[in-house]
Design a protein. Structure first.
Length: 208
């Protein structure tokens, strides 16, 4: 069975970030998505789609977006129901976000006077998919996910031939051999935890 959703739109409000009693972060927001066709007056209709995002990705998304942010999301549709105060059954349809991308540039974010993250930043949600498999990578960009951005790779200083780390044994230089580029990897997590609000929701309601 295929259940995939890819959307591009703007947030109608700031992300409502809360926490379950067990400390799991969950964020709710609504995405305004323009339709592809226009009406008789040349105006485009807009669909307002409810979305939910979980765990570390929810904190990252809340930290680096705000009302009006242009984002792309990739996820799946989830339906549910609950009883309201009048005893009526209310049916719900939400998009559970697996990956997201920030589609605004840093300059555009600064012009709006709101904080935002780097443009085209892609994050992979930690929520597991059906059968324990992770969903497909975000189609908006081909950058790393948040399961990798906390790692650290030691830097090495090239030595003549560029193959030995600093402090190691020296090798005779070879004038015909190109030198190493000396680039090191140092991925640091630019995100920070946010909010201490609690949400009144049981762990049985989690989508995993």
């Amino acid at each position: 069975m295929i259940n995939r959703v890819t959307l591009t739109g703007r947030l109608t409000r700031n992300v409502d970030l809360r926490y379950t009693p067990s400390g799991v972060a969950v964020g709710n927001f609504t995405l305004a998505v323009d339709r592809q066709f226009t009406n008789r007056n040349g105006q485009r209709g807009t669909d307002f789609i409810r979305c939910v995002i979980w765990r570390k990705s929810a904190e990252n998304f809340a930290n680096f977006t705000h009302k009006g942010s242009l984002v792309g999301i990739d996820g799946r549709i989830q339906t549910g129901s609950y009883q309201n105060q009048q005893g009526q059954t209310v049916y719900t349809t939400d998009v559970v976000v697996d990956n997201f991308a920030l589609l605004e540039s840093k300059q555009q974010s600064q012009a709006s006077g709101q904080p935002n993250g780097p443009a085209n930043k892609v994050t992979n949600n930690n929520a597991p998919q059906n059968g324990g498999q992770n969903g497909p990578m975000n189609p908006f960009a081909s950058q790393g996910n948040n399961n990798q951005n906390s790692g650290y790779r030691p830097k090495y200083k090239p030595n003549n031939g560029g193959n030995a780390p600093a402090g190691g044994p020296k090798k005779p230089s070879n004038p015909n051999k190109p030198k190493g580029n000396g680039n090191g990897g140092n991925n640091k997590d630019p995100f920070a935890n946010s909010g201490n609000k609690k949400i009144d929701i049981s762990d049985d309601d989690l989508p995993f």
